[in-house]
Design a protein around this ligand. Sequence first.
Ligand code: PRP
Length: 283
Amino acid sequence: MIRLAIQAKGRLNEESTEILTESGLTFEKSKRKLLTRCEDFPLEILYLRDDDIPGAVEMGVADIGIVGLNEVVEKAADVEIIHKLGFGKCRLSLAIPKSETYEGVASFNGKRVATSYPVILKDFFYSKGVSAQIHKIAGSVEVAPSVGMADAIFDIVSTGGTLITNGLKEVEKVFLSEAVLIVNKEIDNEKRTLVNQLISRFEAVERSKGMKYLLMNIPLSMVDDAAILIPGMRSPTILPLAQPGWCSMHVVVNENQLWPKLESLKAIGAEGILVLSLDKMMP
Ligand code: PRP
């Protein structure tokens, strides 16, 4: 049995729950039950505040956790970052009132900066030789300049909507973050095996994102040309049709190359093209 800590509420909760569900794990999703058991995998899910997750994994209260890289670095947690999950992408940025002119990072010298991430900000200022006053606040950081609490802020930016709404502009992108899977460094081999199984399920889900399954009928004489256009994972699957001289070709393609490929395939004689969604892909 392993215990996984995920965010109880907030920006990573939904996507964390989604990747677990897409990985075939069934569990109760009540917002009130803070420790729940998976029905079909030896896994317990512990719901925590995101900034408590790195410490919980470091202490072994949870064996693994899904949390933003920003929280892991801010807490300087002694955990293993074992897998990047590709969701929850955001950045930690410095922002100032939009009416002000930005004159480079040296302009933060002597300024008061409000943030929930003082460790990352202190490191950044140190690396740039800036001496500023860092005020740690737990939330509502973007309001600090307009109420006279600070001259600037350092906080999470995702869409940038919160900055705009609060009359601020982003002037320095300091730290890029995304959700990561972290692991306690002292878990035993049995738990490590379960963690690896979980990662392999996550990878199967991640691999299928943006991929489509393509089926078409094509003259046998055009198979080599089509295989150049759509080589697939190893090579396309070719199945005979009842009609001589024709076959059915099946292949996995990346969605962002789909339309040009479909047009080229039609141009070389492909017919009856079907594009299907994919749920999971194991290598
Ligand atoms: C974060 C952050 C900003 C906001 C930025 O808050 O503190 O306020 O997101 O997002 P945007 O660029 O898309 O507007 P979050 O919603 O994570 O809640 P928090 O107060 O718990 O940090």
